[in-house]
Design a protein around this ligand. Structure first.
Ligand code: UN1
Length: 515
């Protein structure tokens, strides 16, 4: 075989892959079978901690796309007929398999994406949790019954699967966000094709291989497929392809805007989980230690590369100095380096482009009057390491309205909760928000309809690290979609309202008389 793309140098990857049973050619086109004769172009997975290649993967071609889509459509015919609790049982096994390989997957996430091991493990746990949620859900996809206004009539609604769906995910949560969609969508009876980020092909292949093994053993090959390609055309093709009844897209607002338009044009459905620009408000009566820890994790965790990352702290003027002083100390004590080293709290950014992007943003921030009081430097040597930055802004500056996917934290003083919420909401995005206060009035005001306009609003909890039980997503340019828990499952199904006449007359609704 001409193509021999495979693991390059890191023995860790070799170990992890052999634990996961992933041997031979690494194909980014995974259909019904592990693609044994891939023909696509080579893509190198880069370790962001060293800047060197971890492994080479063969990308999906247009032919692979067609085959995988066809298999997925075929699989839908039998999967839809499988009772939902039995579908749940397959997802239970998928969750068990993730649990079995939790350490290896967590390690692979750290190697390929760069988040610290504890966060890598946390991400796999999030995937396990949503599988468990989906198992329960498989017996709870309830429809309502209504009282008909007509005699001897019964009215109810039921939920049917949509068909084949497309899942587009970003590099920062390659395992959890796929599973939020895949676990829920599959108990709903859908089949799916996943297009992960080309920046994290190895963890995506590992996840898909685990899923496919479980589905194959359960007698349902083809329910999950995957195409990896750095070519944005394949993503655009998915968005335009009528066979995908729903496109669930997680990523930048720019990507989401184009996906949404193309999908809407053909009357498809979409779930959009796009950019965030999350603020954390610290009031004068807040527990400072708690607030401090929440800000540190929210702003520095995952090197500022979560959509829920704390990007702005709006702090009461009377406690600003105290918070800033303590925060600068905390920033100074944060170990930056190898994400697999247990003392490390911050790993690298995903690539050189992100490093440059952060530097350009800092230049603009300074031009606009922002005062960088700590961090922001690029660390010399291998990999894509930076120091997290704190920027003081007496008043909001235009850059504060942009999501920069890097650890830049703005701190702005506020006089009261109303001013804080006004500044918080005065950005195009609306994902996550938080307030630290011990005042019930301030907390409730923040949570009221006059308060936070975000999809997530927390009290005495940071902006990131949401649990899977709630619906996840946000408003405005965040896209309005909801994934994960609560009743987010409804977006993966079509609702049917059924009215049944069991009488011998044909009364019309609203009392209309006809023949
Ligand atoms: C994302 O960054 O796209 O709430 C997802 C959190 C995580 C998920 C983040 N549970 O921070």
């Amino acid at each position: 075989m001409a193509n021999t793309a495979s693991i390059i140098e890191r023995s860790e990857v070799e170990e992890i892959f052999s634990e996961l049973g992933l041997t031979g050619v690494l194909s980014g086109a995974l259909g019904k079978d592990w693609n044994k004769h891939p023909a696509g172009a080579k893509l190198t997975s880069i370790n962001p901690s060293t800047g060197t290649g971890l492994a080479e993967v063969l990308c999906a071609t247009e032919d692979d796309y067609e085959n995988i889509v066809r298999d997925s459509e075929t699989a839908f015919e039998t999967w839809r007929m499988t009772p939902a609790p039995l579908r749940g049982d397959v997802i239970r096994k998928f969750g068990d398999a993730l649990r079995e390989h939790k350490d290896a997957l967590g390690k692979l996430i750290s190697l390929e994406m760069g988040k610290i091991y504890s966060e890598g493990l946390g991400e796999v746990q999030e995937a396990i949790d949503i599988c468990e949620f989906a198992v329960g859900l498989s017996r709870q996809m309830y429809g309502k019954t209504m009282h008909s206004e007509r005699p001897e009539h019964r009215m109810y609604e039921q939920w049917h699967p949509l068909g084949m769906i497309g899942i587009i995910t970003a590099f920062n949560f390659p395992c959890a966000v796929f599973t939020w969609n895949a676990a829920v969508a599959s108990v709903c009876g859908n089949t799916m094709v996943w297009k992960p980020s080309e920046k994290t092909p190895l963890i995506s292949i590992a996840m898909m291989k685990i899923a496919q093994k479980v589905f194959e053993e359960a007698g349902h090959p083809g329910v999950m497929g995957m195409i990896i390609s750095p070519d944005s055309k394949l993503g655009e093709k998915m968005a335009a392809d009528k066979r995908f009844k729903l496109i669930s897209a997680t990523g930048s607002t720019r990507m989401g805007r184009s996906v949404a338009q193309v999908v809407a044009e053909r009357f498809g459905k979409s779930i959009l989980e796009l950019g965030g620009n999350n603020a954390l408000i610290v009031m004068d009566d807040a527990d400072m230690d708690m607030a401090l820890r929440a800000v540190a994790f929210g702003a520095v965790g995952t090197a500022g590369q979560r959509c829920t990352t704390t990007r702005r702290v709006l702090v009461h003027e009377s406690v600003e100095n105290e918070l800033v002083e303590k925060l600068v100390k905390v920033y100074g004590s944060i170990n930056i380096g190898d994400p697999l080293d247990k003392d490390t709290l911050m790993g690298p950014l995903i690539d050189r482009i992100s490093v440059d992007h952060m530097q350009n943003a800092l230049t603009k921030i300074k031009e606009q009057g922002g005062k960088v009081i700590c961090g922001g430097d690029v660390l010399e040597g291998k990999g894509f390491f930076v120091k997290p930055a704190i920027v003081l802004c007496q008043k909001p500056i235009p850059m504060m309205k942009e999501e920069v996917f890097a650890p830049i934290l703005y701190i702005t003083p506020i006089k009261d909760v109303k001013e804080a919420v006004h500044i918080q909401n005065d950005v195009p995005q609306g994902l996550s928000s938080a307030i630290f206060t011990n005042s019930m009035q301030k907390a409730e005001w923040f949570l009221s309809h006059k308060g936070s306009d975000c999809g997530i609003a927390n009290v005495n909890i940071g902006t990131s690290g949401a649990e899977i039980g709630g619906a996840f997503g946000g408003e405005k340019e965040t896209g309005g979609g909801r994934e994960s828990g609560s009743d987010a499952w409804k977006a993966y199904m079509r609702r049917q309202t059924c009215t049944l006449n069991w009488g011998a007359e044909l009364p019309l609704a609203q009392g209309v008389e006809f023949i």
